[in-house]
Each structure stands twice: as structure tokens, then as C-alpha cells.
Design a binder for this molecule. Structure first.
Ligand code: B16
Ligand code: MG
Length: 222
């Protein structure tokens, strides 16, 4: 268990894909199927650059990998992004409750029991059905996702909207993130980023953990 200082924390904001639930693998499979159809190889290493990135920007990165940056019209790209999403949604429809990542449910429950608010701060437009499938929607005081934001991470909008909705100052917020763009967004918001991942791959975080089960819940508030 990693010692964790909850002093001054009033709001814990959680990224979804890769922090709360293991859906990053389905994003990868759906993008890979699109790359296969376009005739190039898309590896898990390439996929690292898509984590936390919006759907449209992810497509641009994928096409760069395939050397197809200028090959398609905006309308064709929109269709490709929609196809990828349909593949992803098909995977999500089969999501099992045990695909929630270790420690997620216990930490959310424990924080709320101690009076610390919880928020979702995700780029995904599929966040709500995923939370519903996992039966954890009521564990969040506020949900900010890709349907409620204009600007993608690393812009701080997603996290600032969550803090503002609950009238909590950014310096009283911690953000759990598995993507570099998310850590950068937390820093830009003036919040404390905790990386779910390894230093060397991710930089700029206050603390590095492998999953939320490593986070010690506050036992009492001073
Ligand atoms: P969607 P997060 C992000 O979610 C994913 O990490 C990223 O891979 C995905 O492209 C993005 O959501 C948009 O997702 O296509 O479902 O709208 O990590 O910010 O929770
Ligand atoms: Mg993520």
C-alpha cells in the first residue's frame, strides 16, 4: 500500500479508460481492426500515443502511423471514426463487471465515506454506458466526459469543469490518470496528478502507482 497524503484533498478526479476500467485494450483492438482494413500494422506501442486522446485526434495519429495523413477527406475520416466507435461499442456491450480495475470500487466508496467528493474526468463519449455496466455511476458526485467538453486533454477543461461544478478549488483536487495528456491537463488545471503507470513512460506526476488498489484510503479526516 502506497502512503498517500490526503491532506487538503476535497475532490478526487478519476480518468476512466485505464484507471477505473480496463477498456484501453478494446480501444486498441478497434483501432487495430481499422488499421488492418486500411492495410498497415498498428502495434500496442503505437497505441500508447492514443491513450487519453480524443477519438478524432486518435484517428489522425493512426493515419500518420500508416503514412496516410493526407489520403482521406474530412467526410471519409468521420466515417472511419464512426466505424471504429461501432467496433469499440460492440466490445463494450460485452464488458464484464470483473473488468473493473483493482481497487477502483473500494477507493471510490472509501473516499465518499470520508467526505471526499469524487468525479469522473474522461475524454470518452462512451463513459456513461460503461459506468452503468459496471454499476458504479452512483459512486461519482459529478461525471464530466467527452460529451460535456469542448477541448481535449491536455487542455484542463475536463478537470476544471468537475471542480467548478462542485465549487472546489483546483489546489484541493487530485487527479488519477494513465495518460501523459491527462497528467499534463491536471498540471495545467493546477491540480495534483497521480500517475497510474510507470515513471519513464509518464512524467510530471506527484506519485506513480500501478493501480488504485495501491492507494491508501483516508481513515479519518482531521
Ligand atoms: P471515445 P479516458 C479516452 O478515455 C481514451 O483513453 C482514449 O483512448 C479515447 O480515444 C478517448 O477516451 C475517446 O473515447 O472514442 O469512447 O469517445 O482515458 O480519458 O477516460
Ligand atoms: Mg485513460
Amino acid at each position: 500500500m502506497t502512503p498517500f497524503c490526503w491532506d487538503s484533498c476535497k475532490l478526487a478526479i478519476f480518468d476512466l479508460d485505464g484507471v477505473i476500467v480496463d477498456t484501453a485494450k478494446y480501444h486498441y483492438l478497434a483501432w487495430k481492426e481499422l488499421a488492418d482494413a486500411l492495410g498497415f500494422t498498428f502495434t500496442p506501442r503505437h497505441n500508447e500515443g492514443l491513450k487519453g486522446v480524443s477519438r478524432q485526434r486518435s484517428l489522425e495519429i493512426l493515419l500518420e502511423v500508416g503514412g496516410l495523413t493526407h489520403a482521406f477527406s474530412p467526410g471519409e475520416k468521420e466515417k472511419m471514426a464512426a466505424e471504429k466507435n461501432a467496433r469499440y461499442v460492440a466490445y463494450i456491450n460485452n464488458l464484464q463487471q470483473d473488468e473493473i480495475l483493482p481497487g477502483s470500487r473500494a477507493l471510490l466508496t472509501g473516499l465518499r465515506a470520508q467526505g471526499i467528493k469524487t468525479a469522473l474526468g474522461s475524454a470518452s463519449k462512451n463513459a456513461r454506458p460503461i459506468l452503468d455496466k459496471l454499476d458504479i455511476t452512483p459512486l461519482f458526485d459529478i461525471i464530466i466526459d467527452g460529451t460535456s467538453t469542448q477541448k481535449a486533454k491536455p487542455d484542463p477543461e475536463v478537470f476544471l469543469l468537475a471542480a467548478r461544478a462542485l465549487s472546489i478549488a483546483p489546489e484541493n483536487c487530485v487527479v488519477f490518470e494513465d495518460a501523459q495528456v491527462g497528467i499534463d491537463a491536471a498540471l495545467a488545471a493546477g491540480m495534483r496528478p497521480i500517475a497510474v503507470g510507470y515513471p519513464g513512460i509518464l512524467t510530471g506526476a506527484d506519485l506513480y502507482i500501478t493501480d488504485l488498489a495501491q492507494v491508501q484510503c483516508p481513515s479519518r479526516l482531521g
